[in-house]
Design a protein around this ligand. Structure first.
Ligand code: SF4
Length: 306
């Protein structure tokens, strides 16, 4: 990457979205209306605006320059050192990015808090993929894990996500990050599942603390992640496991069971690798070649389903 760039970074290979060229709307300091326990940035008091906002033309110039010299990445990802929807010129930026994106898809990673702001919503609708976070569906857990700016209500956010889904034609991905002893209880997850079913995203990504977090919190192990994933039955769930997250007990299924299981839930190739024993994997390959199982792609991630 050219060092003259101020707003773009990468590309980085993301397991969830493919090769990603990043845009940072707040390169100088963290600007977020949350202060999540698990944040990979430093802890910081939540704020509701980005100071010294960049000019969209300066960002687009960098993206354009990068694209003229390199292959198109799978996604051009709008992030901030914090929350990208606090950027007041998002609408202008996405219009300009869409004109130059070529074969890349535009993606935004948002915490979902501004989903009821009509201007933000108009801008979000223009992205090919929108990722919103939902770490809790009850106010108490939401405040504990995401530490939002005062006055932000999770009920309003969920209602906003439900209505956004109805208007938005692109791929909506919901991300649930599970932190040990904070939002891993069955009752807490059940409420998230209930909300997720009403929101009806194209995909749900479930993950846990990975890189060193802002506060002293801990990941859940891979087995727990898969137990939680099972609770989201009927939705496309992608589990982002940790390399050191403990081994998952391998599951054996015969062909009939595979069809039944894969009817209820789609699995990504990496989930199949982690979850099933060798004979089951061979059965899955056989069923794919017989067209009894099929591949399909949601927001750049490949799933297998019956
Ligand atoms: S929403 Fe994202 S950037 Fe903001 S505090 Fe949480 S993890 Fe960090």
């Amino acid at each position: 990457m050219d060092t003259m760039y101020k707003y773009i970074f990468g590309p980085v290979l993301s397991r969830r979205f493919g090769l990603s060229l990043g845009i940072d709307l707040s390169p100088e300091k963290k600007s977020c209306n949350f202060d999540c326990l698990y944040c990979e940035l430093e802890k910081a008091r939540p704020i509701d605006k980005i100071e010294n906002q960049p000019d969209p033309d300066d960002i687009v110039k960098e993206v354009h320059d990068y694209l003229s010299k390199n292959h198109y990445p799978d996604v051009i990802t709008t992030t901030a050192n914090g929350e990208p929807t606090l950027y007041t010129r998002l609408n202008e930026l996405i219009d300009k990015l869409n004109k130059i994106k070529g074969s890349s898809k535009t993606l935004i990673l948002s915490n979902g808090s501004t989903i009821n702001n009509p201007t933000v919503r108009e801008a979000l609708k223009k992205f090919d993929i929108v990722k919103l976070s939902l770490d809790a569906a009850d106010q108490k857990t939401f405040e504990k894990i995401d530490r939002p700016l005062k006055g932000i209500k999770i009920d309003d956010i969920i209602k906003g996500m439900i209505s956004f889904r109805k208007e938005y034609k692109g791929s909506l991905v919901l991300e649930v990050l599970v932190v040990k002893h904070i939002n891993d209880k069955k009752e807490v997850i059940e409420k998230i599942v209930e909300a997720a079913k009403k929101i009806n995203p194209d995909r749900i990504d479930i993950s846990t603390v990975d890189r060193p977090p802002a506060y002293r919190v801990f990941p859940v192990d891979n087995q727990t992640l898969y137990e939680i994933a099972k609770m989201f039955e009927g939705l496309n769930v992608n589990v982002a496991t940790r390399k050191s997250g403990g081994s998952v007990q391998k599951v054996h299924l015969d062909k009939e069971d595979i069809i039944k299981t894969f009817k209820n839930r789609a699995y990504t190739e990496s989930d199949i690798e982690t979850l099933f024993d060798d004979e089951t994997k061979k059965n899955i390959l056989d069923l794919l070649s017989q067209n009894q199982l099929k591949f399909y792609t949601v927001a750049n991630l490949k799933f297998i389903k019956a």
